[in-house]
Design a protein around this ligand. Structure first.
Ligand code: ZN
Length: 136
């Protein structure tokens, strides 16, 4: 596992939060992207070497909608960059972590992603992400 790739924050309203975080960081998001399969809209901010992802639910069944219902807005997950997501999933399963999706799925920002259940990681939802390298 490498560096923190980004920190995900669950928010209720993308326009309001984009405006707020633009004020906070002094610059607008560099990317906005919907991930239909997850029922979310995302926006990404670059802060030095770090990235912040805002997530807004686009339907009531979305994990983000359920998170906000239970806990309100706030830090939702920490994502770590990995070189070989399949190998990391295998390794972490063997270590006793609960992997929510054993088959990596397509996430936002050109990444393959998998999540670890917060129950197995001290209450923190962990996202593994591997950059998708487009082959010629
Ligand atoms: Zn994320």
């Amino acid at each position: 596992m490498n560096k923190i790739e980004h920190i995900g924050i669950a928010i209720k309203n993308m326009d309001d939060s984009n405006a707020l975080f633009t004020k906070l960081f002094g610059k607008p998001p560099y990317k906005m992207e919907a991930v239909e399969s997850e029922g979310v809209k995302t926006s990404f901010f670059e802060v030095g070497d770090n990235k912040i992802e805002l997530l807004e639910a686009t339907n009531d069944d979305s994990a983000i909608a359920k998170f906000i219902e239970r806990k309100g807005e706030g830090v939702h997950h920490i994502a770590f960059d990995v070189l070989d997501i399949e190998a990391e999933i295998k390794r972490l399963k063997a270590e006793g972590f609960i992997v929510l999706n054993e088959k990596p799925k397509r996430g936002a920002d050109n990444k393959l992603v998998a999540f670890l259940h917060p129950k197995s990681s001290n209450g923190v939802l962990i996202e593994l992400c591997q950059e998708i390298v487009l082959k010629e």
